[in-house]
Ligand binder design. Structure first.
Ligand code: NDP
Length: 376
């Protein structure tokens, strides 16, 4: 049953049959999802409109998750946010209109709470991930087991779309256990939910990232003199792509590699940060084996993140792009250039001599004029 412009009587019939109808200001559109469910969008678009869809975002309070929730909520997609820690998710509430962002306390090992998070949703995003192992969750638990539980629940509740966020360089032969389990999670997701869309982001740059934050922190410990080559991507681009993927059924069953326009060495990115902030950021180059040994031991003793041996291993792997995977171009997007957005994330740490530096080009002089009032 498809009403392109439903009449008042047709809308009332849908209401009686249990379909949630949200029609405001007489603007309403009906669409049929992959599983045959009708969804009705209403409103002219924007915060107080509704897309008629419900999305669950696992890992919503993380770095990438917050931007995805914001993109979904600001256009009126009802978002279910499974959370573990009360204080870590509160800021998400205001990203949407009243009733749009909803919190559900959950535990990956409590299936009732996982089901509660998923059962009313049309789209499920799994962004759960951790760079290091904890006493309660090892890489297998966080990457593979969580994916299995979420994918099985999606099948049980006939969810339309499942989007699994994996990682660049996920491979069964990787020397990193994190990357091997990320690959295994992709396979598990596809075997349970064949229409899973897999998204492999490059190292992401943004306000809460782990890349620039590490460079500007002290001590910035690196191995191999920061020679690792990566293709950083703007977190906003990845969030935008995830949002598009969730609403575009032609992406079902596809694998996307989302990487930035250019490849850089870590050391080059450090120098770009120095240029943007007018501050010298030192780095401490250490041999890999002892550094891995120490971080692995420290990770077991102290309770704040200090990395782990696997993370050190990943610092030596140059990023490789899977040519068979779809990219931003297949989503009709052009990723931002690192040179264009890096400054906005480094600027809060600008050196106090910033205003005294003589701009060395017309372009730079223009930028000084633009930003001098916000930088100081
Ligand atoms: P964050 O570390 O910022 O967020 C991870 C999220 O996963 C948090 O919401 C965290 O919840 C949740 N989580 C972790 N462990 C568990 C667990 N045992 N049970 C329940 N929830 C858990 O990650 P990012 O936002 O940076 O990354 C999102 C995804 O993208 C991850 O899968 C990551 O591996 C992948 N990725 C990230 C890259 C990057 O550069 N950041 C690059 C490539 C891939 P809580 O806050 O409660 O701990």
């Amino acid at each position: 049953m498809l009403f392109l412009a439903p009449s008042r009587v047709q809308l009332q019939t849908l209401k009686r049959t249990g379909v949630v109808v949200m029609a405001t200001r007489g603007v309403a559109d009906l669409a049929i999802t992959l599983s045959g469910k009708p969804v009705i969008s209403s409103g002219p678009g924007g915060r107080s409109s509704r897309t008629g869809r419900v999305a669950t975002v696992f890992g919503a309070n993380g770095f990438l998750g917050r931007y995805l929730v914001s993109k979904l909520a600001r256009e009126g997609t009802v978002v279910m946010v499974p959370f573990r820690e009360e204080m870590k998710k509160r800021f998400l509430k205001v990203t949407g209109d009243l009733g749009v962002v909803n919190f559900i306390e959950f535990d990956l090992r409590n299936m009732e709470s996982v089901e509660e998070s998923i059962k009313n949703s049309d789209i499920v995003y799994n962004l759960i991930g951790r760079n290091y192992q904890t006493k309660l969750f090892n890489f297998y638990d966080v990457n593979v087991e969580s994916t299995r539980r979420i994918a099985e629940t999606c099948v049980k509740y006939n969810v339309d779309r499942f989007v699994q966020v994996s990682s660049h360089d996920a491979s069964p032969d990787s020397p990193s256990e994190f990357l091997r389990t990320k690959f295994e999670a992709e396979q598990v997701a596809r075997s349970i939910f064949p229409g899973t869309t897999i998204v492999r982001p490059s190292p992401m740059v943004g306000g809460e990232d782990k890349l620039v934050r590490k460079i500007i922190s002290f001590p910035n410990i690196v191995v191999n003199s920061g020679a690792q080559r990566i293709r950083p991507v703007h977190v906003m681009d990845v969030a935008k792509a995830l949002h598009k993927i969730g609403f575009d059924d032609s992406t079902v069953g596809q694998t996307y590699e989302l990487f930035g326009q250019k490849e850089y060495s870590l050391d080059y990115i450090r120098r770009m940060c120095e240029y943007e902030a007018r501050v010298a950021y030192s780095q401490l180059n250490v041999p890999k084996a002892p550094y891995a040994w120490i971080t692995e031991r420290l990770n077991k003793i102290i309770w704040w993140p200090v990395g782990c041996a696997d993370e050190v291993e990943r610092m030596t792997i140059d990023q490789k792009v899977d040519k068979s995977a779809a990219t931003f171009a297949d989503l009709g997007m052009v990723p931002d250039k690192l040179e264009d957005y890096l400054g906005q994330y480094v600027r809060p740490w600008t050196g106090n001599l910033f205003q005294d530096v003589a701009p060395d080009s017309i372009q730079e002089r223009k930028r000084e004029r633009e930003f001098i009032h916000v930088a100081r």
